[in-house]
Design a protein around this ligand. Sequence first.
Ligand SMILES: CC(C)(COP(=O)(O)OP(=O)(O)OC[C@H]1O[C@@H](n2cnc3c(N)ncnc32)[C@H](O)[C@@H]1OP(=O)(O)O)[C@@H](O)C(=O)NCCC(=O)NCCS
Length: 169
Amino acid sequence: MTIRPAQAGDHSEIYSLVQTAFATAKVSDGTEQDFVLELRRRDTYRPELELVAEENGQLIGHILLTILPVQGAPQGLWGLMVAPLCVRLEDRSRGLGGQLLHEGGRRAAELGYNALFLVGDPDYYGRYGFQNAVSLGFQNASGVPDQFLLARGLTPDALRDAGGALALH
Ligand SMILES: CC(C)(COP(=O)(O)OP(=O)(O)OC[C@H]1O[C@@H](n2cnc3c(N)ncnc32)[C@H](O)[C@@H]1OP(=O)(O)O)[C@@H](O)C(=O)NCCC(=O)NCCS
């Protein structure tokens, strides 16, 4: 299994992967594959931060990190939104989701970003170091219950004195 940046030639396979994977998600509105297309069109998209997990010539996992401006954040906070993340049903519970999060975070830190934000299940993301963003000091401008708004620092002090409005859409 390798994790690498997605190429344009992967886009149709990613569309199917995301669509199929979210069909068995705990929470889904059925449009996550179209959200990927929309995110690619935004000026917050960085192609090097869209990653795929590939095995035997097939894509089995996908993660997309896009730039997230945080209104009112302390200077020096460079954030990314993680959305979406998925792993093919047959390949779940092998740690791939965790590896995609880890590799996404590693590449993001290398590019100078210092925090990841997402809307997701704290029971899952908690095991990979994500904490409640509101408890850390951020304001929730994402239109979701506070418990699902999560953050993880990529550098030791990134989330110290955290603040600012998080609008993840
Ligand atoms: C969520 C997802 C990416 C996890 O991928 P994965 O490769 O199986 O993740 P990992 O191997 O790192 O972790 C798997 C563990 O997390 C648990 N887990 C998965 N989703 C969970 C959730 N929502 N809440 C709590 N635990 C969860 C699994 O039961 C498994 O537990 P185990 O280790 O005891 O078997 C995958 O289940 C998926 O693609 N789901 C559909 C899309 C989705 O929901 N994406 C997340 C949107 S926020």
